[in-house]
Design a protein around this ligand. Sequence first.
Ligand code: ATP
Ligand code: MG
Length: 784
Amino acid sequence: MAESCYLDELNESQRKAVLYNDGPMLVIAGAGSGKTRVLTYKIAYLLDHGYEPWSVLALTFTNKAAREMKERIARQVGINRARYLWMGTFHSIFSRILRMEAEKIGFTSSFTIYDSADSKSLIKAIVKELQLDDKVYKPGMIQSRISNAKNHLVSPQAYAASAEMREADKAAKIPLAGDIYLRYCERCRQGNAMDFDDLLVYTYRLFREHPDVCKGYAAKFRYVLVDEYQDTNYAQHCIVLQLTQEHRRICVVGDDAQSIYSFRGANIDNILNFTRQYKDALLFKLEQNYRSTQTIVKAANSLIEKNRQQIQKNVFSENDKGEPIPVSCAYSDVEEGEIVANKIVELHRRGGYAYHDCAVLYRTNAQSRIFEEALRRKGIPYQVYGGLSFYQRKEIKDVIAYFRLAVNPNDEEAFKRVINYPARGIGDTTLNKLVDAATKQHVSLWEVLNEPLAYGLSLNKGTAAKLQAFRDLIAGFVSGAPEKDAYTLGQDIVRRSGIINDIYQDRTPENLSRQENIEELISGIHDFCSDREEEGDSHILLADYLSEVSLLTDQDGEKDDNVSKVTLMTIHSAKGLEFPNVFVVGMEEGLFPGISADNPRSLEEERRLFYVAITRAESHCYLSYAKSRFRYGKMEFGNPSRFLRDIDTKFLCLPAGEQLARQVEIGAGRFRKEIAGGFRRPEVRSYDTGGPSMFDGGEMPQEPHRFVAPRKLRKIDSSSVPASSSVGQMSGDSLEGKHIEHERFGRGVVEKVEGAGDNRKATVRFENAGVKQLLLKFARFKVC
Ligand code: ATP
Ligand code: MG
């Protein structure tokens, strides 16, 4: 696209921000005012004005945002140039740099990345080794303390030396927290592993301890751009400074009113400090919102005004006035689900909206279930983002642990996970011996395994042989890792590790679903390799695949099919996104704001979160709350959120429209039935704030969820639910001998049908996928 053409797509203030490239700059503006658009167009402009793509570094909050930005730029400057931009999240960009420079900071380039569960498990092990009480030294709490220290670039040594930290730990009755931190870092290093925070800490240290390396990257990245700057933490801020303090070609964009990650160490002061650190920085303000109706913008403004801490802005919209925001009151959480689902049906049928034009946003992952059920009942396709990711499922974690060992056999957490899975007779006593020896001698478990005698392990003959067999198995994978392509080695590992045998020997529905997941994982690797090959890489290793999957975020996903689906996600994950119709649900005291928002500071953060939620909406925003909700295993009665009162009532529709009111009535009947039934639900689910909430530990969900395109994202795909004309209702005889077309396996012939009820299975010979057994209750196919 010609330059003049794309500059015409900007308003005057936006154009100025794109054209100014002579020094540091900061764009502070309200939601939907085109900050991300400015960054995107600015990059295109730089590419048209002498900047090579590899000399531009753009840091985004999610990989998805980076991908979208790249696609947009590609449309303007061509994919062949856009491809070489350095664009991604802080974590993905810095892990890329760290892999190239790992030796300089005492790691190897094949270091693995510990996810939050790995790091918690390591902390737990250390607490045990130090013979501390894990009820006092709660691993989760220690983990967030360590994370906090890292995000503020406080090393274990500095932590130990700080009287302030020591006092705080003493006051919290965990005086040895600093020792755990130190040991945790040593163990990660021995395991050649980094956790997410380490990716920042070690990049910072790399640049600080190797000024030549820092200079090299600073010279390479001639222009640095950061989106969502309000949610960067201190470590990220310092790295950006390291890279740009010389040449000062930096552009950051953000909105203080959307700062919602202080619990992860994001510091709103970074925005305020920016102009202090870059004294000649120019401040640009954008005021026109292009996303939302006037009513939505005004409602959001009236809400955020209630926060004391904020930079004054005048955000306005010249879009349609729009309708007042309906607020619905449901009798129960189930009712709330129904109200939302009904409204989506109406928007679809009468409003002409596609399902993907609708999003349901909630405060906590645990709320998704109610909406999933309501949508599923109506046959509305949906996609859940976040929550328990595909990669957190037990069978997937097991396979990935083998992959990690193949690439980095020193990885302690992966080692512990699979040393006796599938069962090979190596018990806890033996593992503890290995751990003791490794800890004492400051080496990895793998090193001890290689020379048990040299490390003083006393083992009986049988155990020694079992350990040797495990060692040989892993050594075989390790030797294949630098040579074999990811797909071949991945298949090899799944087979030779014994996982396939373990899962395939027992054909329970749970195992069938696990098999499918593992097959998805392998086909995901295949897709990954094909994508990379298309980009010109010829030899894709398992290490390449691992480094991508360990950095996926809740928002990352690709549309695997062309089915239009409703989006279900937490408000945190919705940052930066926009949808024509947005439902903000669970507007109740104790839920939103949550009970932990018990001080003005955190209350303001929750209010900003609500601001983010409302401002995702383009045409319609709907708010709802439930008078009763099943939480912590019992029915709770709640009050409407105080945030509803923060919005000027002239922008709200209270009570909700006729249609909704009628639905609430229908709901009341059901609610009464529930009361009669003693508030019992068939299943009680845990309620938490953001962590994995469903199907944890590989349990089978009540209704099966098949995961599609796992390499990018967990998608609980409602289309996996059989259609109402399910083949499961056909009699076995009527199906035998029939030609069918399965959604994934393609065409085949049903050879046999056996079992009854939910356990009815068909043996199908597929033209291209061999013989498979399908559980009819779940299978997705049509009879040809
Ligand atoms: P957020 O704070 O939510 O991240 P933002 O400030 O980054 O929002 P964008 O996402 O860049 O805003 O823009 C919001 C919407 O407005 C997008 O759909 C964008 O394409 C559109 N938009 C922005 N500027 C213009 C413009 N000048 N003309 C037309 N549409 C615009
Ligand atoms: Mg944006």
